[in-house]
Design a protein around this ligand. Structure first.
Ligand SMILES: Cc1cc2nc3c(=O)[nH]c(=O)nc-3n(C[C@H](O)[C@H](O)[C@H](O)COP(=O)(O)OP(=O)(O)OC[C@H]3O[C@@H](n4cnc5c(N)ncnc54)[C@H](O)[C@@H]3O)c2cc1C
Length: 428
């Protein structure tokens, strides 16, 4: 009988899991390492399938009030010429929007909802997991106190869910030889800047190719008519000195990336000017890990980045963690008397598609057309149809939507994953 669960990590996946388990009547406690939850990070995108789940959790209105709902995704060549644009979110016919949101605001909204629904004594901070043991009918977690007090705390639960991110302690204990995340040579400088709206103010722009790329999308409308624009300036290098261990709070140095974009001044956006006006950046290497052949050991399983860290391509990191949370809660509710079966079903539903996304992102995912255009027309083009066909682009973008589980037809029913229809997630 699944009476209680422990969640290790109060990031987006962990908090979504806490809210979802609470929804199905499981007594759940979150143990987060940092002593205080702060709105860290910059922009993040949530795709309609994840937004549907946040809607089912009663959070859509709150999130939509602080987010931007992009209606278009536009691809541009390195010279600024339009390659392709496509509608997104409701504009593409989905019942739910895509949300471009400050990651910190999303995390705070989830945290506040968890505290309100579970109670503050079930959303604990300053508890860093240091050990897991398997016991009869469950697992035991030991936490080091990092909240100003000292000592350790041990808790038992029927199920332990590791949502402790790309450097997961639980994953490391299970796979001690895995080593550091794998780097593909790209470095990303991410920041947010107050700026006049780009294009129609509801468009997410991707410009360039895999060796040098610029991404921008608004995450907030400001009172003066400007917007808070989240941007990513990225290039590939073999300079390992700049790589180091990835950390979401590592401050970037403008001289390491800015001058490379000096001639990216287009008629629709002056990128050098935007980059120079940014108050700062965080630098992050493009890393992932190889897909695992199992996530569950005894009554302990993985979700979110702990289970399937992926390159930040195609806007899937946070969305897939939310889907994990919903499927897991649904499986636990469906197999209440058999937690082992619940975890086995969860893993069988979520591991194959998320492994496929990790691999698809290594193959550039939906960004492949930008690479093809750069290879075929490195100096620009008069007519994009001479370089790449609409069918070739759609083949990539529709294929990726199916792999990532957000094909339009898949979301037509409106039923939350917690209710147990996983069929579209298995589509490839
Ligand atoms: C500080 C931060 C800033 C980020 N900023 C961005 C951003 O700007 N844009 C973007 O696209 N993505 C960002 N991400 C990544 C993005 O949030 C995740 O890829 C995605 O949401 C998956 O979330 P997750 O909950 O699986 O993992 P994470 O968001 O990494 O959350 C893991 C949580 O587990 C906690 N934790 C780690 N180890 C332990 C332990 N041993 N015991 C207890 N708790 C532990 C961490 O403190 C963290 O709160 C950021 C992540 C973090 C942690």
């Amino acid at each position: 009988m699944t009476q209680n669960a422990i969640i290790v990590g109060g990031g987006i996946a962990g908090l979504a899991a806490a809210l979802s388990l609470h929804e199905v009547g499981v007594e759940v406690t979150v143990f987060e390492s940092v002593p205080e939850v702060k709105p860290l990070g910059v922009g993040i995108n949530l795709l309609p399938h994840a937004v549907r789940e946040l809607d089912a959790l009663g959070l859509l209105d709150t999130l939509e009030a602080t987010a931007i709902t992009p209606t278009t995704l536009a691809y541009f060549a390195a010279g600024g010429q339009l390659i392709w644009d496509e509608p997104r979110g409701r504009a593409a016919g989905y019942r739910w929007p895509q949300l471009s949101i400050h990651r910190g605001l999303l995390q705070v909204a989830l945290h506040e909802a968890a505290v309100a629904r579970l109670g503050a004594d079930r959303v604990l901070t300053g508890r860093h997991l240091i050990n897991i043991e398997h016991i009869d009918d469950g697992a035991r977690a030991t936490f080091e106190r990092r909240d100003g007090t000292s000592g350790v705390e041990t808790r038992d639960a029927a199920i332990i869910i590791a949502a402790d991110g790309i450097h997961s302690t639980v994953r490391h204990r299970r796979h001690p030889n895995e080593g550091m995340p794998l780097w593909n040579g790209a470095l990303l400088w991410r920041g947010a800047v107050e700026h006049t709206p780009i294009l129609d103010g509801r468009t997410m722009v991707w410009a360039g190719h895999p060796d040098q790329k610029f991404v921008a999308y608004p995450i907030e409308d400001l009172a003066d008519g400007r917007q808070l624009i989240n941007f990513i300036a990225e290039y590939r290098t073999d300079d390992r000195q700049l790589m180091e261990r990835e950390d979401w709070n590592r401050v970037g140095n403008f001289d390491d990336f800015g001058p490379r974009f000096d001639d990216w001044n287009f008629d629709w956006l002056d990128i050098p000017r935007l980059l120079r006006s940014a108050p700062g950046t965080f630098v992050f290497p493009m890393v992932d890990r190889n897909p695992l052949d199992s996530w569950t050991e005894g009554r302990v399983t993985l979700i979110g980045d702990a289970a399937h860290p992926m390159y930040p391509i195609g806007s899937n990191g946070a969305s897939q963690g939310i889907l994990d949370a919903r499927v897991l809660a649904g499986c636990i509710a469906q197999h209440r008397t058999d937690p082992d079966l619940a975890l086995a079903v969860y893993e069988s539903v979520r591991r194959p598609p998320t492994s496929a996304i990790v691999l698809a992102n290594r193959g550039l995912g939906p960004e492949m057309p930008m690479k093809l255009v750069h290879e075929r027309a490195p100096h620009g083009f008069d007519n994009i149809d001479d370089v790449i066909s609409r069918e070739e682009i759609l083949d990539v973008t529709d294929g990726y939507r199916r792999t990532a589980g957000f094909a339009l037809e898949a979301l037509a029913s409106g039923v939350s994953l917690i209710d147990g229809d996983y069929s579209y997630l298995r589509a490839t």
